[in-house]
Design a protein around this ligand. Structure first.
Ligand SMILES: Cc1cc2nc3c(=O)[nH]c(=O)nc-3n(C[C@H](O)[C@H](O)[C@H](O)COP(=O)(O)OP(=O)(O)OC[C@H]3O[C@@H](n4cnc5c(N)ncnc54)[C@H](O)[C@@H]3O)c2cc1C
Ligand code: FES
Length: 283
């Protein structure tokens, strides 16, 4: 059991939670995730470990309410418990001192997933720029914490309510046009965004590592549900990633597999709204 110690609403459907998890906190590194099961009959869901404190044994997660499990998680309060959490899972992001700028590109909840990686590259002595993208100003998260650690933070909103009107790719183009010496780009967020950024950087030969969020069931390399094709080979995101070379990912396959459980997800959400619990569970 893992006790929720802190909970904050960041936007209408995005939350920050600090949870007691001493074993995970003692070992986790930037780029890793955990799998949690909130209640006995619930599914396991993967969430990025956005922050951690080894001395008090806590980890922080940022999540978007998007379906039954994340709605259930958002309904919990400080003092409530999460049934089980497994981690840290996935390989830590390979962090090095570059001879140029590191750019983290975050979209939606991906901003929180990119935050620990941006922090790790900054701690390694790099110049770090964050590009944050969202539909509108009201759903932007983590700008303040990234402002505090990055050399520059740029925001793009689709509706122009904040920052540049347009997409993260437009901001990246501005950086390229002004001659920023970018040595590595780390896009994390919706697959279509990661695909577009990877297509932009391929002809420029800029190293582009993407943090993939394929659908996971066990998170430990045994079920195959997270599989993607990278450089023509089948790879399991959970155990062999989660970072891969964006120029080698079969994006169309990844995006179609992302939707493979849409019907079941919709049924689970309807069930959760009717019963206040995941399939077969009770609260
Ligand atoms: C490595 C990794 C890290 C992630 N980190 C975060 C994070 O920090 N914050 C955050 O808000 N979300 C994160 N996600 C996505 C998160 O796991 C899903 O939003 C969540 O599982 C949705 O569950 P649900 O029941 O609420 O919604 P559902 O209705 O079940 O699903 C909604 C959508 O979420 C995605 N999804 C559903 N189940 C899974 C699953 N088991 N694995 C991966 N994606 C799934 C699918 O695209 C699906 O269409 C991460 C995913 C991965 C793979
Ligand atoms: S989630 Fe089962 S193999 Fe990756």
């Amino acid at each position: 059991m893992h006790t929720i110690l802190y909970k904050k609403m960041l936007t209408e459907r995005t939350w920050q939670m600090r949870v007691s998890a001493p074993l995970i906190a003692s070992k986790c590194r930037a780029g890793q995730f955990l799998m949690m099961r909130i209640e006995e009959m619930g599914e396991r869901i993967p969430l990025t470990i956005a922050n951690w404190n080894r001395s008090d044994g806590t980890v922080e997660i940022y999540f978007q309410e998007i379906g039954a499990s994340t709605e259930l998680l958002a309904s919990l309060d400080v003092g409530d418990t999460i049934l089980d959490m497994v981690g840290p899972l996935g390989n830590p992001t390979h962090v090095t001192k570059l001879d140029g700028t590191f750019v983290m590109v975050g979209g939606g909840f991906g901003i929180a997933a990119g935050y620990p990686v941006a922090r790790a590259f900054k701690e390694a002595g790099n110049r770090v720029i964050a590009i944050l993208g969202c539909k509108t100003k009201g759903v932007l998260i983590c700008e303040d914490i990234l402002q505090a650690l990055c050399d520059e933070v740029h925001v793009a909103t689709n509706d122009g309510s904040y920052g540049k009107q347009g997409f993260v790719s437009d901001v990246l183009q501005d950086l390229l046009d002004r001659g920023e010496s970018i040595k590595m780009i780390f896009p994390v967020g919706p697959p279509i965004m990661m695909k577009v950024i990877s297509e932009m950087t391929r002809p420029l030969k800029i190293k582009t590592m993407v943090s993939l969020n394929s659908v996971m069931v066990d998170g430990t390399g045994m079920c195959g549900s997270c599989r993607v094709t990278v450089a023509g080979k089948t790879r399991f995101v959970c155990s062999e990633g989660i970072d891969f070379d964006g120029h080698e990912v079969d994006w169309d396959e990844m995006m179609s597999r992302q939707k493979m459980y849409s019907r079941q997800e919709q049924e689970a959400l309807v069930y959760y709204h009717e019963h206040g619990a995941c399939h077969g569970g009770s609260r």
